[in-house]
Design a protein around this ligand. Sequence first.
Ligand code: PMP
Length: 408
Amino acid sequence: MNLEQNIKKIRADFPQLGISINNHPLVYLDNAATTLKPKVVIDAITHYYSFEVANVHRGIHTLSEVGTRHFEETRVAVQHLLNAREAYEVIYTKGTTDSVNLLAQCFGKKFLKPGDEILLSLMEHHSNIVPWQMIAEVTGAKVVVIPINAAGEIDLVEYKKLLNSKTKMVSITHVSNTLGTVNPVNEMITLAHSVGAKVCIDAAQSIAHMKIDVQAMDCDFLIFSAHKMYGPDGLGFLYGKEDLLNEMPPFEGGGSMISEVTFEKTTYNVLPNKFEAGTPAISGIIAFKKAIEYVLELGLDNIKTRELELLDYATSEIKKISGIRIIGEAKEKSGVLSFVLEGAHPHDLGTLLDKQGIAIRTGHHCTQPLLKHYQCSAAARASFAFYNTKEEIDIFIAGLKKARDFLL
Ligand code: PMP
């Protein structure tokens, strides 16, 4: 589909794009934090709560069977989205953060020993740092940091030097939520495998913006959240290779994850149920299939092209404003533009833009070690989705100039 030609129709699919904030039409440039939801997703949630409420995997009554079928259809849709070999290699979680916690705990308990090393890059989101630190503390493993260069790209020479026989896990983001850098994950995975390490790819910022093929990448694990891809919040995914998922112990105990329970000994269910204790986010899971269909209908290649055009335009326009320093100038970027305005606090900028109806993110973006590296404690960030327009970027740039004139 040609997104430019259909932009009016596409924007009409997102009710929230029609609202006003502080008496100005909303300009939503905080898509890396969370994306807006198309009507098909909202309708699917409303439909479930209006007519199809039932728990899954538990009843033999019609509603439970229908619900379970829809619930499992989303798993197959995610399998196809990722090109995973099997649907049961897709585990439902509460989000990317929950997926990393699951992985760190379960992988760690099975595979990490004192002295082992977990490699993370300097640009990781806190959710891909802290769970690994927590399991490192318990197992005696060590977290080792892969440095980045001034442009905000992973230093591959240093990365190669850090890999060794003690490296058990490399957990890296596909796209940095602060820098926008697209990391060379294919090359990094091959290098990690050459020393026998496993790799987890944090696809929170890439899943909605480019094609992903876990078999071609050959990653061992891949994680993301539905809300970053036009889907509901409280839902995420962990893809894992079947043999590794089978070797790992379960995460949480409870209903659904068991095969048989006695007070003496409990045996566990097969994949994927082994990792899915309790009643899941049924409505969100069912609705997420609509988000996947919506994105695939637009085409991930078309989305990528459009978002890069928006990024290039915004980058060239923002560079014309004196005093702006862009944080993250990698050769390969996704639609994320972080910046600081010398002499102005990002929060003040964010507040003044909000008064004009423009939503951007300000703060540390859950990447404190990274911002420290850039010698700032906070930055402003505009992040783009296919429904944004050049006109919105013009409004953002004009708003930024107005804020600068007010503040400086
Ligand atoms: N990793 C990255 C790169 C992210 O951008 C985010 C969300 N900002 C997360 C992980 C965490 O995602 P969630 O809050 O949905 O668990």
